[in-house]
Design a protein around this ligand. Structure first.
Ligand SMILES: *Cc1c(COP(=O)(O)O)cnc(C)c1O
Length: 396
């Protein structure tokens, strides 16, 4: 993540002094408007709409795309729980799809999970690792499905030269504290579809009807909710956007240096990448879950087994597994054409892969030499047996 500091602090001062903190009511050159046009230009997309969170961005994108009761939305078994919760918020149900060894949604399993009720796919670019977008877009075209990219964890990464999030029908980004662009809380929707943008803008702002947007793409009025961001977020976003490219460059340098040490000196195996020239999320895969656990145990700093960050593994998504929603009569599962399977048997391959894979922190804010040192330390004793767990060696 890009650090938040003095420059953000200086950027919010004039906004506070102006007293114009709300989304609308400021000038056309407001910080949020400026960010949206700069972001669109930098990401090569027609429309950007800043919202209050990545979760809100996903929900607004699904609502804008007209997804609702009776619809099935394909989501990967490995993601932040928000990806699975978003379809429920618009009355649709999430259908779990296996990931493959790239840690992203498996196109072959997408094909197996498609039913006549499937309306959309949400591929998730997890932990700065990008999805197999060519295969996903081809499947979507063949089966007339919408693609809403969840690029919350990969803001700024590219797939074959295009920014992830801008390839599907719509994309969702998060700008929360742990993401590549960090303003504490925030998000954005991007799309090249004028209608979808107009509907997302109405959905994210119940007051849209009174704003006099002149470019409403002839989209009929719909009542929305309120997912608006403030100009304080806008001012910080403008600073953070400038930090994004240099930060990704630092991440990429450390990725390359560490990957080289881990593979050539340590004989470790990296996960496959769908765009190797642009990969920034560093993961190693082992043959057995014991090896992965062993590697993570030996390297407490900077390494964790992916399965152990359990909140991203579907078998830990309690409210989803229980298929409970805010009100019993407002339950998308009652409107679905068939029962959903969220049991451990639903995606066994994903669980196996997550238990055999470790994520290595790329530490983009640390010096390159330090990250090289960390990588060398990780492989130094790798392959040697761990010291036996004897508490009193004198007795043997
Ligand atoms: C962070 C995240 C979200 C949601 O973002 P918030 O801004 O926290 O609401 C959605 N999907 C993924 C994959 C995420 O990592």
């Amino acid at each position: 993540m890009a650090k938040v500091g003095l420059r953000e602090w200086l950027a919010i001062a004039p906004v506070i002094a102006s007293g114009r903190l709300s989304r609308y009511g400021g000038s056309a050159g407001s910080p949020l408007n400026r960010f949206e046009s700069d972001f669109s230009a930098a990401f090569g997309v027609q429309h950007t709409l800043v919202v209050s969170s990545g979760t809100g961005a996903l929900i607004a994108a699904l609502a804008a795309a007209g997804i609702g009761p009776g619809d099935e939305v394909l989501v990967p078994a490995y993601t932040w729980i928000a990806t699975a919760a978003a379809p429920l918020a618009v009355g649709a149900v999430p259908v779990l799809v296996e990931i493959d060894q790239s840690l992203t949604i498996d196109p072959a399993d997408i094909l197996r999970k498609i039913t006549p009720n499937t309306r959309a796919i949400i591929p998730v670019h997890m932990a700065n690792v990008v999805c197999d977008m060519d295969a996903i877009m081809q499947i979507a075209r063949d089966h007339n499905l919408l693609v809403i990219e969840d690029a919350c964890q990969a803001v700024g990464l590219t797939y074959k030269g295009r920014k992830v999030g801008t390839i599907g029908d719509a994309g969702a980004y998060s700008f929360n504290q742990f993401k590549n662009i960090n303003v504490g809380e925030g998000g954005a929707i991007v799309t090249n579809d004028d209608q979808l943008f107009a509907r997302a803008r109405m959905y994210h702002d119940i007051g849209a009807v009174f704003r006099g947007h002149l470019d409403n793409a002839n989209a009929p009025l719909i009542p929305g909710i309120n997912l608006k961001a403030s100009q304080i977020q806008g001012a910080m976003l403008n600073v953070q956007l400038k930090k994004l490219t240099p930060m990704l460059r630092r991440m990429r340098q450390r990725y390359e240096a560490m990957a080289d040490i881990l593979t050539s000196r340590g004989g470790l195996r990296l996960i496959p990448q769908h765009d190797p020239t642009n990969a920034a999320g560093l993961h190693v895969v082992f043959d057995t879950e014991e090896e992965a656990r062993d590697f993570a145990t030996r390297n407490k700093r900077g390494v964790h087994r992916v399965y152990d960050s359990s909140r991203h593994v579907y078998t830990f998504w309690q409210p989803i597994l229980e298929q409970r929603t805010v009100h019993p009569k407002l339950n998308p599962y009652a409107w679905a054409a068939r029962p959903m399977d969220y049991s451990p048997k639903a995606c066994p391959r994903s669980l196996d892969i997550l238990k055999r894979t470790c994520r290595i922190t790329v530490g983009e804010n640390y010096p390159l030499v330090f990250m090289r040192y960390m990588a060398r330390r990780m492989v130094k004793d790798w392959g040697m047996p761990l010291a036996p767990y004897t508490t009193n060696p004198g007795l043997t």
